[in-house]
Design a protein around this ligand. Structure first.
Ligand code: PEP
Length: 249
C-alpha cells in the first residue's frame, strides 16, 4: 500500500546556522503518525543537514537538480553530486522553478530520467494556475503536465515517483484548495495514472497536496482518501507547526 509522506520545502531560506537550529528544534519534536518525514534545505546546507539528521527518521531531500551528469552548466548540481552528500530524493517541477527558471515539461522529463537513472526518488510537482481553475481548465492542465513529464516511463518507474499536486494559486498565498477540491483533483490524477498504467500502479503512488497547508487545516485535508500527505512550504520553517502537520494523520 502507498505510504503517507510529509515533506518540508524550506526554499531559499536559512543559512547554515539557521538550518542547524531548525534541525535542533525538529529533533526535539515527537512523531505520533506513520508518515515518512522529509525536509529540503537549500543546496549549500544539504551535507550538514544530512549529517545532523542521520538516524533521526527525517530524510534530507533536495529542492532541484540538473538533468546532465556533469559539464558546462554553471551554478547547477547533478544527481550524483546530490547522492554524494547523502541525498536520495529530489523535488522536481516546483511551480517556482517553472515560473522563475523557465522549467518546461520537456526539461522536467529529462530531470526525472536522470534522477531515476541514479536510483533516486522523485517528488514531481505540478498544478494549475488560478486562471485555469477559473476557466474550468484545471484538469486538462494537470493531465498534460503529468503526461508530458511522466508518460514516457515504464510502470516500474512509479515505485520511485511521488506526485505533489500544488495549485499555484494556493502556494504561499494563505489560500488553500478546499479538502473537496484537493480530493477531486487527486482522484482525477489517480484515474489518469490508472488509464495509462492500470489500477495497481495508480493505487501504489503517493499523491501529496501542497498549498498553504497549516496545522489548522492539515487534519481535514489529510482525511481525504486520495490525499497521501503534504508538501509544506511556509509552515515547515517552524518545527512545531511542521510536526503538528506530520502528526495530522
Ligand atoms: C510549496 O512551496 O511547495 C508550498 C506548498 O508552499 P506553502 O505551504 O507556503 O503554500
Amino acid at each position: 500500500m502507498r505510504g503517507q509522506i510529509v515533506a518540508g520545502n524550506w526554499k531559499m531560506n536559512n543559512d547554515l546556522s539557521e538550518t542547524e537550529s531548525l534541525i535542533t528544534s525538529l529533533k526535539a519534536q515527537t512523531k505520533t503518525s506513520n508518515a515518512e518525514v522529509m525536509v529540503a534545505p537549500t543546496a549549500t546546507n544539504l551535507y550538514s543537514a544530512y549529517n545532523s539528521l542521520k538516524g533521526s527518521g527525517v530524510e534530507v531531500i533536495a529542492q532541484n537538480m540538473h538533468f546532465a551528469a556533469n559539464g558546462a552548466y554553471t551554478g547547477e548540481v547533478s544527481a550524483s553530486m546530490l547522492k554524494s552528500v547523502g541525498v536520495q530524493t529530489v523535488i522536481l517541477g516546483h511551480s517556482e522553478r517553472r515560473e522563475y527558471f523557465n522549467e518546461t515539461d520537456e526539461m522536467l522529463a529529462k530531470k526525472i530520467d536522470a534522477a531515476l537513472e541514479n536510483d533516486m526518488r522523485v517528488i514531481f510537482c505540478f498544478g494549475e494556475e488560478l486562471a485555469d481553475r477559473k476557466s474550468g481548465n484545471h484538469e486538462n492542465v494537470v493531465e498534460s503536465q503529468i503526461k508530458n513529464a511522466l508518460f514516457h516511463l515504464e510502470a516500474d518507474a512509479f515505485k520511485s515517483i511521488v506526485l505533489a499536486y500544488e495549485p499555484v494559486w494556493a502556494i504561499g498565498t494563505g489560500e488553500t484548495a478546499s479538502p473537496e477540491q484537493a480530493q477531486d483533483m487527486h482522484a482525477f490524477i489517480r484515474k489518469t495514472l490508472a488509464d495509462k498504467y492500470g489500477a495497481d500502479v495508480a493505487d501504489s503512488v503517493s499523491i501529496l497536496y501542497g498549498g498553504s497547508v497549516k496545522p489548522n487545516n492539515a487534519v481535514e485535508i489529510f482525511s481525504k482518501p486520495d490525499v497521501d500527505g503534504g508538501l509544506i512550504g511556509g509552515a515547515s520553517l517552524n518545527a512545531e507547526d511542521f510536526f503538528a502537520i506530520v502528526n495530522a494523520f
